[in-house]
Design a binder for this molecule. Structure first.
Ligand SMILES: Nc1ncnc2c1ncn2[C@@H]1O[C@H](COP(=O)(O)OP(=O)(O)OP(=O)(O)O)[C@@H](O)[C@H]1O
Length: 579
C-alpha cells in the first residue's frame, strides 16, 4: 500500500521560525521577493510597482505582476515546497529570487491569516485565505487589475512587526536596490541607481552612510562569471585581522545580509564590500551565501582584483601604498606569517628599518644579497652604526613579526638567504693591530683588564669604522645569558643561588668584550698616557658609555664603577687643591 506523507503545518512554521530564519522580520523580504518575481514573470520589470500599506489591523502588499489562476492558487499557494520558479527538472530558474516554495509560510511567523487576492490576465480573479492551522479556502475574488495583493492579519503580540515604521525600515533594508518601484504607505523606498554605477563620489558617500567610515580607497569589483558587480571599501583605520569583516551582499538586487562572510580571502581583512550578484546562490534561509565552487571562484577573482589594486598602487602611487601599510601593517604582517601572498606584498612593499635607511626586504636583498638582521631593537641599536661603517647592511628585525617574516621568507624561498647578526659576529670583522703595536699596548691592556675583570668583561683593542666611535660593548647571545644569570645570582637567595651557580658553570666562557677602537683619536691618546691611574679611569668611563650606547642593562656594579670613574676624572680635570 502506498501512502503520502502528511505535513503538520504548525511543525513547519515552528521549524521556520526557530530554526531556519534568524528572525520573523524576514517575512517582509519574502513578500517583496514574491512580488518582484511575479513582476519579473511579466517580462517588464521597468513598469513594476509594489505598494505596501500598513494599518492598525492589516498589512497589504500589492504588485502588478503575473497573478495566479485558480488552478495555480491550489497548486502553488497551497502546496508547501511547490514553486513556480523551478524548471521541469526541478532546478531554480535563473531569473527568479525564490526557489524553494516555502517563503510565503514565513508570513505565519507574524500572522494567523494570509489573504491573497489575485488575477492573471485573461483569467477570473481569485481569493485565497490561508490559516496558520493548515486550512485554506478558495473563492471567487472581486474584480481587479492583473496582479496580486497579499494581506496579513497580525497575530496578537506581533503587531509591532507590521507597523509602518518597521515595515518601511525592513523594505528599505532589503529592497532599496530592487529594479522595480517599491513604496511603503506612499513613500518610495527604492533608489534610482545602484551605488557602484553612480560614480566614485557617490560611492564615498555611500560608504560613509552605510558602513560608517570614509574609505581609504575604493576598488571597483567585477566578476562576470558570478554576474557580480560592486565595490570594496578599504578601511582607513587599523582592524584586527582575526575579526572577520562582513560584507553587504545583494543577490539579484535583493539584500541577502549586511554581514556576509566568505566573499573575500582571509588576508583581505582591510576591505568591506558591497556587491550584487546574479549567479551566487543563497542558503535556504537567505541569510548566507551557499559555499559552492562558484563562490570559491568569485573569492579568487576578488582576491586578484584587490591584489591588483595593491600592485597598481605600488607603481602609480607608492606613497599611498606606504600610507596603507602604515595603517594596516600589523594585520598585513600577521597574515604574512601564514599567507604567501601577503608575505610577498610585505617583501616587495613594506619598508623596514635598516642601518641604510628604510628599505623593503626585496630592495635590501638586491643590494646586499643576504638579509642580515638583528633580532631585537637593542641589538640593532648596538650594531647599526658600526655595521654601516663596515658596509654591512643590517635590518632591524626587532619590530613585531619582522624577524619571523624574514625567517619565513627564507623558508618559503630557498633562493633567499637570511642570517641573524650577533654582536659577537661583528668583532670578527674588525682589524687586529700589527704585532709591534700589540706588543707596545700589552702593559696598558693588562692594567685596564685588571680593573674590568671584576665586571666579567674582556678588554680588547681593534681598528674599526666609524673612527668617531671610541668603544663598543659586544655581548654574544651566550654571554648575554651568562650575564643575566650572574645578575640573578646576585639577587637570589642561597637555594636558588646554588642552582644558578650550577647553570653558570655550564654557560660558555665567551665573555662580553669591550672593544676599544684603535682608530679613535681619544683612544689613541688614552693608550699613550704614561699615567696608569688616569688611563684606567678613562677606560672605565668608556666602558660605561659603551654600555649606555648599546642599551645594555646597568648592574649595580656598573653603576658604582660609572660613578667612581666619573668622580675620579672630575677630580683630575678640575684645577686647584683641597683647602
Ligand atoms: N505575489 C505573487 N504573485 C504571483 N505568484 C505568487 C505570489 N506570491 C507567491 N506566488 C506563487 O506562490 C509560490 C510559492 O511562493 P513561496 O514564497 O512560498 O515560494 P517561492 O517564492 O517559490 O520560493 P522561496 O521559498 O525561495 O521564496 C510561488 O512560486 C509563486 O508561484
Amino acid at each position: 500500500m502506498s501512502n503520502t506523507f502528511q505535513v503538520d503545518l504548525r511543525g513547519i512554521v515552528d521549524l521556520l521560525s526557530h530554526h531556519l530564519y534568524a528572525s520573523p522580520r524576514v517575512y517582509v523580504r519574502e513578500l517583496l521577493q514574491n512580488a518582484v518575481d511575479a513582476i519579473t514573470a511579466t517580462g517588464s520589470a521597468a513598469d513594476g510597482q509594489v505598494q505596501i500599506t500598513t494599518g492598525e489591523d492589516e498589512l497589504r502588499i500589492t504588485d502588478n505582476g503575473v497573478g495566479l489562476t485558480e488552478a495555480q492558487v491550489h497548486e502553488l499557494l497551497a502546496t508547501i515546497g511547490r514553486s513556480s520558479k523551478r524548471d521541469e527538472l526541478g532546478f531554480a530558474r535563473h531569473e527568479f529570487l525564490g526557489q524553494f516554495g516555502i517563503g510565503l509560510l514565513s508570513c505565519f511567523l507574524v500572522a494567523d491569516e494570509i489573504h491573497v487576492h489575485t488575477r492573471r490576465a485573461g483569467a477570473e480573479p481569485v481569493r485565497w485565505i490561508g490559516y496558520s492551522d493548515g486550512r485554506y479556502e478558495v473563492r471567487p475574488g472581486e474584480e481587479r487589475e492583473p496582479g496580486t495583493s497579499v494581506t496579513l492579519l497580525p497575530r496578537r503580540g506581533a503587531e509591532h512587526l507590521l507597523s509602518g515604521t518597521t515595515v518601511r525600515e525592513l523594505a528599505t533594508l532589503y529592497g532599496s536596490l530592487l529594479p522595480v518601484t517599491v513604496e511603503v504607505d506612499g513613500e518610495r523606498v527604492t533608489a534610482d541607481a545602484v551605488p557602484w554605477e553612480s560614480g566614485r563620489a557617490a560611492l564615498y558617500a555611500y560608504a560613509e552612510k552605510v558602513f560608517g567610515f570614509v574609505p581609504f580607497d575604493i576598488v571597483e569589483l567585477d566578476v562576470p562569471q558570478a554576474g557580480l558587480k560592486g565595490a570594496a571599501f578599504v578601511l582607513s583605520t587599523p582592524v584586527n585581522p582575526a575579526t572577520r569583516g562582513g560584507h553587504r551582499v545583494y543577490l539579484k538586487r535583493m539584500l541577502l545580509a549586511e554581514s556576509v562572510e566568505g566573499l573575500l580571502p582571509e588576508w583581505a581583512f582591510f576591505a568591506r564590500c558591497v556587491v550584487d550578484s546574479t549567479e551566487l546562490r543563497p542558503t535556504a534561509s537567505r541569510e548566507a551565501l551557499y559555499d559552492d565552487g562558484l563562490l570559491g571562484e568569485t573569492r579568487d577573482a576578488i582576491a586578484d582584483q584587490l591584489r591588483g589594486w595593491l600592485v597598481r598602487l605600488a607603481t602609480t602611487d607608492p606613497r599611498k601604498l606606504g600610507r596603507f601599510l602604515t595603517v594596516h601593517h600589523l594585520g598585513v604582517k600577521a597574515l604574512a606569517l601564514h599567507d604567501d601572498e601577503m608575505l610577498s606584498i610585505v617583501d616587495q612593499w613594506y619598508p623596514m628599518e635598516t642601518n641604510m635607511g628604510q628599505v623593503t626586504l626585496a630592495e635590501f636583498r638586491e643590494r646586499h644579497g643576504l638579509i642580515r638582521y638583528a633580532a631585537t631593537p637593542d641589538e640593532f641599536r648596538q650594531l647599526a652604526a658600526v655595521a654601516a661603517a663596515q658596509d654591512v647592511g643590517l635590518v632591524n628585525g626587532g619590530y613585531v613579526y619582522d624577524s619571523d617574516i624574514i625567517e619565513r621568507l627564507a623558508t618559503v624561498d630557498p633562493e633567499i638567504r637570511a642570517e641573524r647578526l650577533e654582536p659577537a659576529d661583528l668583532a670578527t670583522r674588525f682589524t687586529g693591530l700589527d704585532a709591534e703595536a700589540e706588543l707596545r699596548l700589552r702593559p696598558f691592556l693588562a692594567a685596564v683588564q685588571r680593573r674590568l675583570d671584576r665586571l666579567g668583561c674582556e678588554v680588547v683593542i681593534r681598528a674599526y669604522e666609524p673612527a668617531t666611535l671610541p668603544a663598543l660593548y659586544l655581548v654574544s647571545r651566550a654571554a648575554a645569558f651568562h650575564d643575566e644569570l650572574t645578575a640573578s645570582r646576585d639577587r637570589a637567595d642561597d637555594i636558588w643561588g646554588g642552582v644558578l651557580d650550577a647553570l653558570a658553570t655550564t654557560a660558555p666562557p665567551d665573555r662580553p668584550q669591550l672593544v676599544l677602537n684603535a682608530r679613535n683619536p681619544l683612544v689613541r691618546r688614552i693608550t699613550a698616557i704614561g699615567d696608569p691611574e688616569l688611563a684606567g679611569l678613562a677606560v672605565e668611563s668608556l666602558y660605561g658609555q659603551a654600555l649606555m650606547l648599546g642599551h645594555h642593562p646597568i648592574r649595580p656594579a656598573d653603576a658604582a664603577l660609572l660613578t667612581s670613574s666619573m668622580l675620579g676624572l672630575l677630580d683630575r680635570a678640575v684645577p686647584g687643591s683641597e683647602r
